[in-house]
Write a protein that binds this ligand. Structure first.
Ligand code: FES
Length: 343
């Protein structure tokens, strides 16, 4: 039986099989743990035990745990879930957090009361993130300075060939906070952002690993912003990837970049676009209903699929629950909701 090892303070987790030391499991899963001798001698891999039980490949590991409560990762086999204190251990594909003062190049109103803000990083800086990640935007509001999360609504220029200093955000107006953000950006010359954040993202190895896997991209309303970034990234890495975009809105005005998915469908043979509105109405020729109902009509087995979902916690968990009988689970579904609204 495998056990979970959690590294503190980063919170990075790995799964460790019974035949693997912590160092071996970390290496296999792309997590960098310092190792040198790999035999319990140099002690470069030792870390204080916070919890959990271990057995060891040699007596050096036993002795150090007993004397100093330190775990030598190169010779330690966990016999329960465990936590160890090892700073500077990061998840695979971790990108360093940076703060940038960016020029606000434009704020454009799109259909459906959504605004697109285009920002430009300072000269000599590129905006480094993975498709699907988000940033924190610093905004002066009536309640003082606030940091608010927004999805990066484009893939990084280093992947798509666009200017690596530019990026865009989509902001749905209508709430007090969003209206203040839009008003702030309209008059701002410079906006401060900190990035990147979020594990609901893709990287080259992910796309390589899933090149034969259908990717279901599910967006509700302006959740399309994150999904747009993901799709742009996937198509840049593998133009032949099978992608199904399910974009749901209350009514047709919500499709604020309606032509973009149509152009993807025309350009990329394996891209399939499914616009959905909640209830049929006059002049709508597309599909209607809950997102999961429409996906149910298209798929009988999702056990080999991967899904990315951006919308409210209700939408994300509702879709997961309703599609579980088809083989969807939290391990093949990706959403920031799992991190900010766990259940
Ligand atoms: S790598 Fe030397 S003791 Fe673990």
């Amino acid at each position: 039986m495998s056990h979970t090892i959690t590294f503190r303070p980063s919170g990075v987790r790995i799964r460790c099989r019974p035949d693997q030391t912590i160092a071996e499991a970390a290496l296999e899963q792309g997590v960098v743990v310092p190792v040198s001798c790999e035999n319990g001698v140099c002690q470069i891999c030792q870390a204080p035990r916070l919890s959990g039980d271990f057995r060891f490949r040699n007596e050096l590991g036993e002795a150090i745990l007993e004397q100093d409560n330190q775990v030598l990762c190169c010779v330690a086999y966990p016999s329960s879930d465990a936590e160890i204190d090892m700073p500077d251990v990061f998840a695979p594909y971790h990108k360093a957090e940076v703060s940038l003062a960016c020029q606000v190049r434009s704020v454009t109103e799109l259909p459906g009361n959504v605004y697109r803000a285009e920002l430009l990083a300072p000269a000599g800086k590129k905006v480094d993130f993975w498709p699907g990640q988000y940033l924190m935007l610093t905004v002066d509001t009536r309640d003082g300075e606030q940091q608010l999360p927004y999805s990066l609504a484009s893939a990084p220029g280093s992947m798509t060939g666009a200017d690596p200093r530019t990026f865009e955000l989509h902001i749905a107006a209508g709430s007090d906070t969003a209206d203040q953000v839009i008003a702030y950006l309209k008059q701002a010359i410079i906006a401060r952002v900190t990035l990147p954040f979020g594990d609901c993202r893709i990287h080259p190895d992910y796309v390589k690993q899933h090149k034969q896997t259908p990717l279901l991209m599910v967006a509700a309303g302006s959740g399309f912003s994150q999904i747009k970034s993901l799709i742009e990234g996937v198509l840049a890495l593998n133009p032949l990837q099978e992608i199904h975009l399910y974009w749901s809105n209350k009514n047709r005005d919500g499709f604020y970049l309606a032509d973009l998915p149509l152009s993807w469908a025309q350009t990329f043979a394996n891209f399939h676009y499914h616009p959905i509105i909640e209830q049929h109405s006059d002049g709508w020729n597309g599909r209607a209903g809950w997102i999961y109902q429409v996906i149910h009509e298209d798929f009988t087995d999702l056990s080999q699929a991967q899904m990315f979902a951006c919308g409210s916690p209700n939408m994300v968990y509702g879709t997961l629950d309703q599609l579980q009988p088809l083989g969807l689970s939290q391990s093949n579904m990706h959403s920031d909701v799992f991190a900010y609204a766990p259940r």
